[in-house]
Design a protein around this ligand. Structure first.
Ligand code: FMN
Length: 147
């Protein structure tokens, strides 16, 4: 049995560049590997949507001690957390998709974008509540007018 957690947040600096994002991903991936946490981070026009998954204790640890404490984002909004049978993003210590990918895949739905990141095994399973929530949260951000 695993655990997943989904939240959204707002980036503090209005314009995140690739270097800032790479910095976040580098430390995130380092910690996640140690704690066997996997997941997916989506960024679009200053907003984040992130799903993390793993053992319940590890997921809580990462969220409470690293994610909540990072001053590079604010208005952190916990959308969903709960048990899952298997992971959706097995191959990713933290998968990422940002503005550029969204622009490239503008005609691709959010569910397709996430499916592209999932392991073959996970694609065969029904969507978890967290992944379903991730799709609707990201759809909302993509459709909302520019801030
Ligand atoms: C949008 C966002 C997502 C993050 N995701 C993770 C994560 O998945 N895992 C993690 O350990 N830290 C995550 N963090 C926190 C940082 O990258 C954090 O500063 C770091 O883990 C602590 O780094 P250090 O051990 O190098 O000091 C995230 C931060 C932000 C702003």
């Amino acid at each position: 049995m695993f655990y997943e957690l989904l939240y959204t947040s707002i980036c503090v600096s209005r314009k995140m560049d690739t270097v800032d994002l790479e910095g976040i991903l580098k430390s995130a991936r380092k910690n996640n590997i140690i704690h066997h946490v996997t997941g997916m981070l989506l960024y679009y026009k200053g907003e984040f949507v992130q799903l993390i998954e793993g053992n319940k204790e590890s997921v809580k640890h990462i969220y409470d001690n690293f994610i909540l404490k990072d001053i590079r984002h604010e208005s952190i909004n916990l959308i969903f957390e709960g048990n899952i049978v298997s992971r959706s993003f097995t191959d990713w210590s933290m998968g990422f998709s940002g503005d550029d990918d969204v622009v490239k895949e503008v005609f691709i739905s959010t569910s397709r974008l996430l499916m592209n990141m999932m392991s073959e095994e996970a694609k065969k399973n029904p969507r978890t509540l967290g992944v379903a929530g991730m799709i609707s949260s990201y759809d909302q951000i993509r459709k909302s007018p520019s801030r």
